[in-house]
Design a binder for this molecule. Structure first.
Ligand SMILES: Cc1ncc(COP(=O)(O)O)c(C=O)c1O
Length: 507
C-alpha cells in the first residue's frame, strides 16, 4: 500500500516527502521533553490505552490533527507511521487510519493446556535472592508490588494513629481479641455490605496480612501431603505457604482473559484428589487480568459439584481500574464452601500487617489456628484502620490512588513499547500495579534478574510464579511507585539489557 492509499486526505504531501522522510519540525526538540512527532504518538497511544479511543475508531485526518496539535502534516504522518509500526493503528485503503489494539504486544493464552503433576515448589533459592533484592537500599524497586505506594496516605494515616494513641493510652499496649477488634471487623463487614455482600462483623477474623489468612484457610481444609490447585501463573507467596505446610501444588492453566481453565480443572479433578483450590479468581497476580463474572460463577459451580473448597485471595478486589469491585466468589456459591482472604497491604499499608479471613463453616477452627499461630494481630494498627475507614479517609485515599495507578500503567507500557525488543508481549492490567512481560522463549529471566540487580534495578523473574520450571522467559515489573525519571530510566536500561540478553544468548 502506498501512502496515497493510506489516507486520501494526505495524498498531496506523501508524494512530495516520501512516506519515510523525516519532517523538518519533527526533528525539533520540544521543551516539554519530546520530539514533536512523539508528542502526537504519546497523545494517541495514551488515549488508546486508557480507552478514550477504542478499536475501530477512526483517527482525525492528517490535516485536522496537524491543526489540533499545531504541527506540520508530515509530522503527523510520521507519528501515524510510528503508531502503525507499534501496532496501535491500521491504515485502510481510501478510508484513513483506524485504532486497533496491538495484538502482537498482548499476552495471550498458550491455547492447548498441558497435563501437570502435583509437585513441590522448586524455586526457593531464587525466591531468597529476590526477597533480598527487595530490601537492598538504593535499588529502583520494580520487583515488589505495593500499589498503595504510588500515592501513599502517609499524613492522614499518621494523624489517625496519633489520635488513637492519645485516646487509648496504655490500653493500646495490650493484646487484641483473637478474632480481632470488634470495630474493625464491623467496618470491614460494612464495606462488603455496601457492595451487596452478605457479610457480618462476627464472620470476619483479623489476621497478619492475607498471607496468614491464607495459611489458616489452608489448614482448615487440608493436611500435609494433600494436593492444592493454584492458578498458573500464580502469586509466589501462595506456593510458599503450600510448601511450608507440607502440601503439594498442582498448577492449573489460566487464561489472561477468562481466568482458570474450567476444562483443565475438570481434567485435574478426574485425575487427582484435590483437597482445595487457592485462586485469585477475580484479579490474577501477575497477569493483572480481570475474570468475567460468568466465568467465575461457572468455576464456583464446578467446585460445588466436586465439593472442593475454594480459598479466594481478594487482595486486589478494591483496586480495579473500571471502578467496579468484582463480587466475592462466595456470592456465586449455593453452599458454604468459599473462604475469602484479603488485607490492607495492597490498598493502604503493607507494613501494618493487617488482613482478614472469612472462613465460612470453618470459622471456629480458623479462630483456634489463629490463636495458636500468633495469638492476635496488632491492636494499634487495627484501631487506626478502623478509624481510618469510619472517617471516610480510606475511600478518599482510594479515589486519589486509582487514577495514579492507571496512569502509571500507561506510562510503563509506553516506556516498554519504546525500549524493549519488538517481540516483547505485555499484559494489559485491569487493576493492581504490575505488568507481566513475555519475552522470546530462550530469554532467561533468572540471569536477567542478576544483570538488572547489578545495574541497581530489582524485578521479579517469571520463574517464581510457578512451582516447576515455567515462565522463565517472563518478567513482572511493578509500577506501584510515584512515577519518576528514575523509573523511566530504569525501563530504558532494562530494555537495553533485554536486547543484549537476546543477542548474546540467541535461540
Ligand atoms: C495475590 C496476593 N495475595 C497475597 C499477598 C500478600 O498479602 P499480605 O501482605 O496482606 O500478606 C500478595 C502480596 O504481594 C499478593 O500479591
Amino acid at each position: 500500500m502506498n501512502s496515497d492509499d493510506r489516507n486520501p486526505i494526505a495524498s498531496g504531501e506523501a508524494t512530495e516527502m516520501g512516506s519515510h522522510a523525516v519532517p523538518k519540525d519533527a526533528a525539533r526538540f520540544d521543551h516539554q521533553s519530546h520530539y514533536l512527532y512523539q508528542r502526537v504518538v504519546d497523545l494517541i497511544r495514551n488515549q488508546i490505552i486508557d480507552d478514550t479511543l477504542n478499536t475501530g475508531d477512526r483517527l482525525p485526518s492528517l490535516r485536522s490533527m496537524s491543526v489540533q496539535m499545531q504541527v506540520s502534516i508530515p509530522t503527523v504522518r510520521q507519528a501515524y507511521l510510528e503508531l502503525e509500526r507499534q501496532g496501535f493503528i491500521q491504515a485502510k485503503a481510501k478510508s484513513g487510519y483506524f485504532v486497533q489494539m496491538p495484538a502482537r504486544r498482548q499476552i495471550v493464552s498458550k491455547g492447548r493446556s498441558q497435563r501437570r503433576q502435583p509437585c513441590k515448589v522448586r524455586c526457593r533459592q531464587l525466591l531468597d535472592k529476590v526477597y533480598d533484592a527487595v530490601h537492598q537500599p538504593g535499588v529502583v524497586p520494580l520487583g515488589i508490588a505495593i500499589p498503595c505506594m504510588a500515592q501513599p496516605a502517609t499524613k492522614t494515616l499518621h494523624r489517625t494513629m496519633k489520635r488513637v494513641m492519645t485516646r487509648t493510652q496504655e490500653q493500646i499496649l495490650s493484646y487484641a481479641p483473637t478474632a480481632g477488634d470488634a470495630s474493625l471487623r464491623s467496618q470491614i463487614a460494612f464495606r462488603y455490605q455496601q457492595q451487596f455482600e452478605q457479610v457480618h462483623g462476627d464472620q470476619v477474623i483479623i489476621t497478619n496480612g492475607a498471607q496468614e489468612a491464607t495459611a489458616i484457610a489452608l489448614q482448615c481444609c487440608a493436611k500435609p501431603g494433600d494436593i492444592i490447585a493454584v492458578e498458573s501463573p500464580s502469586y509466589h507467596g501462595h506456593m510458599e505457604i503450600i510448601e511450608s505446610l507440607g502440601m503439594l501444588v498442582l498448577e492449573i492453566e489460566t487464561d489472561p482473559v477468562t481466568g482458570v481453565s474450567i476444562q483443565s480443572l475438570e481434567q485435574a479433578f478426574a485425575r487427582h484428589d484435590i483437597k482445595a483450590c487457592l485462586f485469585s479468581s477475580a484479579m490474577n497476580n501477575p497477569l493483572g487480568s480481570l475474570t468475567r463474572d460468568d466465568d467465575r460463577a461457572a468455576l464456583v459451580r464446578l467446585l460445588e459439584t466436586h465439593q472442593v473448597p475454594l480459598i479466594e485471595d481478594d487482595v486486589y478486589g478494591e483496586l480495579i481500574y473500571n471502578g467496579r469491585r468484582p463480587p466475592l466468589a462466595r456470592r456465586y456459591a449455593q453452599s458454604d464452601l468459599v473462604m475469602t482472604c484479603s488485607s490492607f497491604a495492597k490498598t493502604l499499608a503493607p507494613g501494618y500487617r493487617i488482613g482478614w479471613l472469612l472462613a465460612g463453616r470453618h470459622h471456629e477452627r480458623a479462630c483456634q489456628i489463629k490463636r495458636a499461630l500468633s495469638c492476635s494481630s496488632g491492636l494499634l494498627q487495627q484501631l487506626t484502620l478502623s478509624e481510618f475507614l469510619a472517617s471516610g479517609e480510606y475511600d478518599r485515599h482510594l479515589k486519589r490512588l486509582m487514577p495514579v495507578l492507571k496512569n502509571n500503567a500507561q506510562r510503563m507500557r509506553a516506556a516498554i513499547e519504546d525500549h524493549f525488543p519488538h517481540s516483547t508481549r505485555v499484559s494489559q492490567p485491569q487493576g493492581g500495579s504490575v505488568l507481566w512481560l513475555e519475552l522470546e522463549r530462550h530469554f532467561d529471566s533468572r540471569r536477567f534478574f542478576d544483570d538488572a540487580l547489578e545495574q541497581g534495578i530489582s524485578l521479579m523473574p517469571g520463574a517464581i510464579f510457578a512451582a516447576a520450571d515455567r515462565f522463565n522467559n517472563y518478567l513482572r515489573l511493578s509500577y506501584g511507585h510515584p512515577w519518576s525519571d528514575a523509573m523511566e530510566d530504569a525501563i530504558q536500561r532494562l530494555g537495553q539489557l533485554a536486547h543484549l540478553a537476546l543477542e548474546q544468548h540467541p535461540k
